[in-house]
Design a protein around this ligand. Sequence first.
Ligand SMILES: NC(=O)c1ccc[n+]([C@@H]2O[C@H](COP(=O)([O-])OP(=O)(O)OC[C@H]3O[C@@H](n4cnc5c(N)ncnc54)[C@H](OP(=O)(O)O)[C@@H]3O)[C@@H](O)[C@H]2O)c1
Length: 294
Amino acid sequence: MNVPSLTLNNGVEMPALGFGVYQTPPEETVAVVETALRTGYRHIDTAAVYGNERGVGEAIGRSGIDRSEIFVETKVWITDFGYDSTLHAFDKSAGKLGLERIDLLILHQALPGDFARTLDAYRALETLLANGKVRAIGVSNFMPDHLARLAESTSVVPAVNQIEVHPYFRQSELLADDAARGIVSQAWSPIGGITFYREGAHGSTLQDPVINGVAKVHNKSAAQVMLRWHLQQGRQVIPKSVTPSRIAENFDVFGFELTAAELTAIDGLDTGVRGGPEPEYITLDKHGIEIPEA
Ligand SMILES: NC(=O)c1ccc[n+]([C@@H]2O[C@H](COP(=O)([O-])OP(=O)(O)OC[C@H]3O[C@@H](n4cnc5c(N)ncnc54)[C@H](OP(=O)(O)O)[C@@H]3O)[C@@H](O)[C@H]2O)c1
């Protein structure tokens, strides 16, 4: 099964369905990513701060799949922001991944209180792009104001903005802003992983009656319905799992279509409540973590 692709604003093709490895323990990462690649995933989303880039690289190397067929994405953590330190962050990530070139390199967060440093980090990504070290560059957790400030001072429009999007937190305005700027919205926690341990009425999206009602009609799971909802609305998705049966289940999402009414019903579940940290309050003091050398 070939996953359909999305064309980024610089012409690079990215699979519409990728595989996330946040919280995948480093010692399990090789086996988990090998399973994902065997299942058919051709896009892996990791990050310097996840501590498992080495495992991702090892699985890619062992897979025997041609490097050109696998789209590798990683993220620069805020501790490495700054022109020279972000150039060096590429060396650290590429070294751990065992790759000469990274397909998509993004800034993991903005540093709203030190935006000059965020801009310097992004300028380093522009240099890496110009030098052919990366095929595309982007951002994550950037709000409309951050995107506007970035556009004022830099020349390359981010190819993607990786943001929290699931049925309980749709971020409609941000999605519209990304689209207006030609940025692909990449949904993190696409099946609402961040909601699973929440108490109260809008706890796990997996238990939601509307989503389960739609799932029953199509004889699919709640997770598959959520992934279809994103894909049909043009978002890229990167579900995470360490469980082989779920890795397979999340890949099996191209043989059915949700109706317009079903998509609208899922849109209606938005609570406006964010699960992840508020992007405006990310600071080096609170969130700084040293990223080891390769
Ligand atoms: N840029 C950012 O700031 C940011 C933040 C968070 C995440 N991300 C990226 O987005 C990826 C996905 O987000 P996420 O990991 O938070 O959430 P997610 O993919 O929505 O959900 C992951 C959770 O769902 C479980 N699961 C997976 N498939 C399932 C299925 N078919 N049925 C039931 N449960 C299932 C997983 O359990 P098992 O693993 O135990 O199977 C795990 O607990 C991450 O891995 C990472 O690459 C980025």
